[in-house]
Design a protein around this ligand. Structure first.
Ligand code: ADP
Length: 178
């Protein structure tokens, strides 16, 4: 686990499962445009949340790359899920801006709800094919840049599935926070 304190915001990178983060208010979903269950993060979150999550999502879909919507968390151990649609690598442009927008909008939604903690997976780096090192730099940079604008959110946790991905994010955080 790697941790930094930046202007009142704690930013962590941990190895783990985004569907098992009981100590945060909201978890972010690396969603598809239809906000439906699928593979990867969306599959894990919908499975743990139960069918009520897809039902709540249906009228909110489709969403565009770079956008985010917030719902309840159903059977997940959180209060909310923030569904972010990342860019498909090589298709949705400008990809870096769209990926950054996911994290920024998710944090704006968390602020609107007065949430204090949000866990993010690495958006776009699975089925959507975004290179991990670049995605990590963009994710960390966006969260650090938002730190001065956050009042209710005090903790942002990046949850990476593999040890290798966790160390890529930890490295990006070290570079950014120095
Ligand atoms: P996208 O479609 O946005 O690329 P994916 O869900 O396919 O989203 O993958 C995003 C990232 O999340 C990948 O790096 C993948 O290894 C990781 N991942 C997959 N399942 C989980 C999980 N349960 N918890 C945390 N990270 C996960």
């Amino acid at each position: 686990m790697s941790k930094r304190h930046i202007q009142g915001l704690t930013v962590e990178c941990v190895q783990g499962d985004i569907a098992n983060q009981p100590d945060v208010d909201a978890v972010a979903n690396a969603a598809n445009a239809q906000l439906m269950p699928g593979g990867g993060v969306a599959g894990a979150l919908h499975k743990a949340a139960g069918p009520g999550l897809a039902e709540e999502c249906r009228p909110l879909a489709p969403i565009n790359p770079g956008h985010a919507v917030i719902t309840g968390a159903h059977n997940l151990p959180n209060s909310h899920v923030i569904h972010c649609l990342g860019p498909v690598h090589g298709r949705d442009e400008p990809s870096e801006e769209l990926l950054s927008s996911c994290y920024r909008r998710a944090l704006e939604l968390a602020e609107e709800k007065g949430l204090t903690s949000v866990a993010f997976p690495s958006i776009s780096t699975g089925a959507f094919g975004f290179p991990m090192e670049r995605a990590a730099r963009i994710a960390v940079r966006t969260v650090v840049e938002q730190a001065p604008h956050l009042s209710s959110v005090k903790l942002v946790r990046f949850v990476l599935f593999s040890k290798k991905d966790q160390s890529v994010f930890a490295h990006a955080l070290e570079e950014r926070a120095d």
